[in-house]
Design a protein around this ligand. Structure first.
Ligand code: PAF
Length: 284
């Protein structure tokens, strides 16, 4: 297992990208904010199946955090991340500083409608997706990958990025990767590190509840009744529910009588000071 190559500037990334292009390599980008866990490693493994070279970006993007959110406290574990990426067979890590990405005078923001204002994460985090769209657009332009892999755990983010790539004609294929879970069902997340022991014991109930509602919906149960009951159950278990919603998977539009095709059940809830999000597919 060799050490992973660390690229700290856009220029170094572009030199590497150009060399790979000349060699006829197919390049995948896996954007992350570090604090890597097995969920990220599964993204790298999926990227490997679609490309001959895998670049992982590690950048805690300040513009997607609102004042008062956990930007300063967000876990930063760069050395450990690099060791995991080397073991996973990533070829390079792009690790720019904040001033490289947002130099003095930076004046551009990618503002989106559509899935970015679906009334889910954006309700609680109104500035979040402009920050995500801006950094992802920059990373895709900088790394010019053939494919880029994002987790389905951040399902609204994935929908936003698919729309961004379509709208800006970015020549990249976006691949969504299934959510990795602990054996008790809790979706892997860097923020799980914030959970106390007692909260960690309660946290898997979020997914258990989602899975049961998805099952009951598929058996023909009333969406309104099932969602109301599930919200009450989550609240009784100790979660402060931001939203629990059934949406159309493609664009996150509300489900109507006429809706057809794949649906998604999405939840965000706070447990103590930790905000957890999750989602499951619903095939009606
Ligand atoms: O999902 C994340 O970790 C971040 O939102 C991303 C896509 C790396 C952009 O900063």
């Amino acid at each position: 297992m060799g050490a992973v190559k660390v690229l700290e500037s856009v220029a170094a990334l572009r030199v590497q990208r150009a060399a790979w292009r000349v060699a006829g390599e197919r390049v995948a980008l896996v954007p992350t904010m570090g604090a890597l866990h097995q969920g990220h490693i599964s993204l790298v493994q999926l990227a490997r199946l679609h490309a001959t070279r895998v670049v992982v970006s590690i950048f805690v993007n300040p513009t997607q955090f609102a004042p008062g959110e956990d930007f300063a406290a967000y876990p930063r574990t760069f050395e450990g991340d690099c060791a995991m990426l080397a073991a996973a067979g990533a070829d390079a890590v792009f690790h720019p500083g904040v001033e490289m990405i947002y130099p003095d005078g930076f004046a551009t923001s990618v503002e989106m409608r559509g899935p970015a204002v679906a009334g889910l994460e954006d309700l609680v985090r109104p500035t979040h997706f402009a920050g995500v769209a801006t950094i992802v657009a920059k990373l895709l332009i900088q790394a010019a990958p053939d494919v880029a892999v994002f987790g389905e755990k951040d399902f609204q983010q994935l929908a936003v990025i698919r729309r961004l790539v379509l709208d800006l004609d970015l020549p990249v294929e976006i691949i969504g990767a299934p959510t990795l879970r602990d054996p008790d069902g809790l979706a892997l997340s860097s923020r799980n590190a914030y959970l106390s022991e007692a909260e960690r014991a309660i946290a898997p109930r979020l997914h258990a509840c989602l899975a049961r509602v998805a099952d009951d919906l598929q058996k023909g149960g009333s969406a309104k009744r099932l969602l109301d009951e599930a919200r009450a159950e989550m609240t009784a278990a100790g979660f402060a529910v931001d939203y629990l919603e059934l949406r159309q998977a493609r664009d996150l539009a509300p489900v109507t009588q006429k809706s057809a095709g794949p649906m998604r059940l999405l939840v965000a809830a706070k447990l103590g000071r930790t905000r957890l999000i999750d989602n499951v597919a619903v095939d009606l």
